[in-house]
Design a protein around this ligand. Structure first.
Ligand code: HPA
Length: 269
């Protein structure tokens, strides 16, 4: 089946489940999926039931699609995303974004847990740009001209107006929102200290294993993007050792603030 046929098949399936107009897609990273529990009148669909959909394998990722109203907006939320390091091809990783675009979403809110290069654990960071260091690009292959151009312009991948709104909302709510550049690696290893020195030299503020492919597809499809990283640890070489338990623990600590921030931003988008 062609990519276009798959997208259409999935959209028809979701519409049959009650998914109608979508204002925003939400991609909720590790430990941040709880936000979807606050969606009112939810339609909850197991990933396993959705045609052409990937499988979520990481602990802390529920593997459910939740549609409904949040902060007065119609949202389609991914409780658990697909990662390249799980062995998913990038067209599977980014398929949900294609579906969000096909459902006429205006924009997406992408979130992740990330290691801090210039920011410390517990920080919420507004992503103002990214560095694709994965060596991959989800648009390699035939261009789907019906969705977007062969050579998408990444000059303003992270929407400037959304960034301004996020900063205003954070200031108003008394939430400390830092900003910076997210550098995407494939994982699943954490980076080496030398890689982090390199990352810092070339202008990265945070590092992680997701987000970049989804944002590329969003830009290609004309979706506006807001990105927020929850910094869960100092990146490699800046603290004694790294482990997933700390990532989960710090995410748990900041998720209430994170949820408040996203809800307040959504209200203003
Ligand atoms: N590196 C990459 N991904 C991450 C990190 C990190 O230090 N922390 C949380 N996700």
């Amino acid at each position: 089946m062609t990519m276009m046929a798959k997208i259409k098949e999935t959209v028809v399936f979701l519409q049959k489940q009650g998914v109608e107009n979508v204002d925003f897609g939400l991609i909720l990273g590790s430990g941040l999926g709880e936000l979807a529990d606050e969606i009112s009148n939810p339609v909850v669909i197991d990933y396993a039931d959705i045609p052409n959909w990937g499988k979520s394998t990481v602990a802390g990722h529920a593997g459910k699609l939740v549609y409904g109203t949040l902060s007065g907006k119609k949202v389609l939320a991914l409780q658990g995303r697909f990662h390249f390091y799980e062995g998913n091809p990038l067209d599977v990783v980014t398929f949900p974004v294609r579906v969000m675009a096909e459902l006429d979403a205006t924009g997406i809110v992408v979130t992740n847990a990330a290691g801090g290069v210039t920011h410390g654990p517990g920080t919420l960071m507004l992503i103002n740009d990214h560095i694709n260091f994965t060596g991959q690009n989800p648009l390699i292959g035939e261009n789907l001209a019906a969705y977007g151009p062969r050579f998408p312009d990444m000059s303003s991948a992270y929407d400037k107006a959304y960034q301004a709104t996020a900063k205003l909302v954070a200031a108003r709510a008394g939430i400390d929102l830092q900003e910076g550049v997210y550098m995407g690696f494939t994982g699943p290893t954490y980076e080496t200290p030398a890689e982090i020195r390199f990352a810092e030299t070339i202008g990265a503020d945070a590092v992680g294993m997701s987000t970049v492919p989804e944002v590329i597809i969003a830009v290609h499809s004309g979706l506006r993007v807001l990105g927020i990283s929850a910094i869960t640890n100092h990146a490699a070489g800046k603290q004694a050792e790294l482990n997933h338990e700390e990532v989960v623990e710090v995410t748990t600590r900041i998720k209430e603030t994170f949820k408040t921030l996203i809800k307040e931003i959504l209200e203003e988008l």
